[in-house]
Design a binder for this molecule. Structure first.
Ligand code: PLP
Length: 387
């Protein structure tokens, strides 16, 4: 018998409908020059010092003296130590609280195995849809909270056991400030809840008042697990390497239990990916990575200003590579999608993909090429003039 829980997943593939509609349009309009502002993938390649470290790692595998096989379940010490030294020592963590993995997509839902099956899960509406379907596949009870006028999750007036917070946020592209996070840490402590803090876009934070980590809130060590990835910051979307922190303070023996589980389920991220990840922390890599992220943030600025000029209300895109664009005329997100595709040959992501509350919005991404973004703005403004 099939696992019924898997049938509860709402979406086969979040973007499946988008892809199908684009394919049909291309078939009918083979000469249309279609540009995507929908992509969630990066366009900049991996920086040179990281590539060099990978070449060296490949060579290590070619000799009996330096060969590496199974590498441990929680990540090589060299990488956990680099993560600790560069990112988490400042908050008082130890290596034993850090885990290396092969992608936050997997980590963000497999972490639910840490908690009792009866745990209730609270998500934002709209949300990164993987949390929703990941929880459904594990048969966890999921409810939603709305967002306030600043697109921050509203505190519910009842208890939930697990709360997902994504900041900087996908899809909206905003980021939570210290007060927002303090409010949630306070909720978690009062309700004995655990926050799963998806922080994969932390490298995009530029505003002074936006915490780069939830652990900037002192008490968060008692109630929050933080997930990070090399995907969007260091262009590892294809290479695959992520990491997360489980503070000892959350429950007694939490890391003993999770290590047992991880040892049972996972044989580690690849040596090559981990060697590449270690090289991400080199000063020369950091400089180049910052330049790449600055490029995306400049794209975001151009897109934001262009959409505003065309009369749209635009949110996000300052500390994240995404923007949330509101319909000017009460169009649904699929109507907006159709307008952009058919009139302008531009692909955008309809907000409803991320939840019902996203239905008057589209998500646009700044992770593509600068020239494509500029072309989109030109098309949009030209069309506005015509109408
Ligand atoms: N979390 C969020 C909010 C994302 O937007 C993404 C990727 O789009 C991921 C996690 C997945 O990251 P990874 O490539 O590490 O699996």
């Amino acid at each position: 018998m099939l696992n019924k829980d898997l049938l509860q997943m709402e979406t086969k593939d979040v973007y499946a409908n988008v892809t199908e509609k684009v394919k049909a349009f291309k078939y009918e309009n083979p000469n249309a020059e279609i540009i995507s502002l929908g992509i969630g993938d990066v366009s900049k390649p991996i920086v040179k010092p990281v590539i060099e470290a990978m070449h060296k790692a490949v060579d290590d595998l070619s000799s009996m003296d330096t060969f590496k096989g199974y590498g441990g379940y929680y990540g090589y010490d060299f990488l956990r130590e680099a993560i600790l030294k560069n990112e988490y020592q400042q908050y008082g963590f130890t290596k034993e609280e850090i885990y290396v993995s092969d992608g936050t997509k997997t980590d963000s839902t497999s972490i639910l195995e840490l908690f009792d099956k009866s745990s209730t899960v609270l998500l934002a509406n709209p949300t990164y849809p993987i949390y929703r379907d990941g929880a459904a596949a594990l048969n966890r009870k999921v409810e939603y909270t709305t967002l306030d006028e600043n697109f921050v999750m509203e505190i519910p007036n009842k208890k939930y056991d697990i709360v997902y917070i994504c900041s900087p946020n996908n899809p909206i592209g905003n980021a939570y400030n210290k007060k927002d996070l303090e409010k949630w840490v306070d909720y978690a402590l009062k309700n004995e809840a655990v926050i799963i803090f998806d922080n994969v876009y932390q490298g995009f934070v530029r505003s002074k008042d936006i915490p780069k980590s939830i652990y900037e809130i002192e008490e968060a060590k008692k109630c929050a697990i933080e997930l990070r990835s090399f995907s969007k910051t260091a262009s590892f979307t294809g290479l695959r390497c992520s990491y997360y922190v489980i503070p000892n303070q959350i429950y007694k023996d939490i890391n003993v239990v999770w290590k047992r589980r991880t040892m049972n389920r996972f044989n580690g991220a690849s040596y090559i990916a981990q060697k590449a990840a270690e090289a991400v922390f080199l000063p020369q890599s950091q400089k180049l990575i910052k330049e790449n992220i600055d490029y995306y943030l400049e794209n975001a600025k151009i897109l934001r200003e262009g959409f505003k000029k065309a009369g749209y209300e635009v949110f996000g895109g300052i500390d994240a590579p995404f923007m949330w664009v509101k319909s000017k005329d009460q169009k649904t997100s699929w109507q907006m999608f159709n307008y952009f595709l058919k009139e302008l040959n531009i692909i955008v992501i309809p907000g409803i993909v991320f939840g019902l509350a996203g239905d008057n919005y589209i998500r646009i991404s700044a992770l593509g090429k600068r020239e494509d973004g500029i072309k989109c703005i030109e098309r949009m403004l030209k069309n506005e003039e015509k109408n």
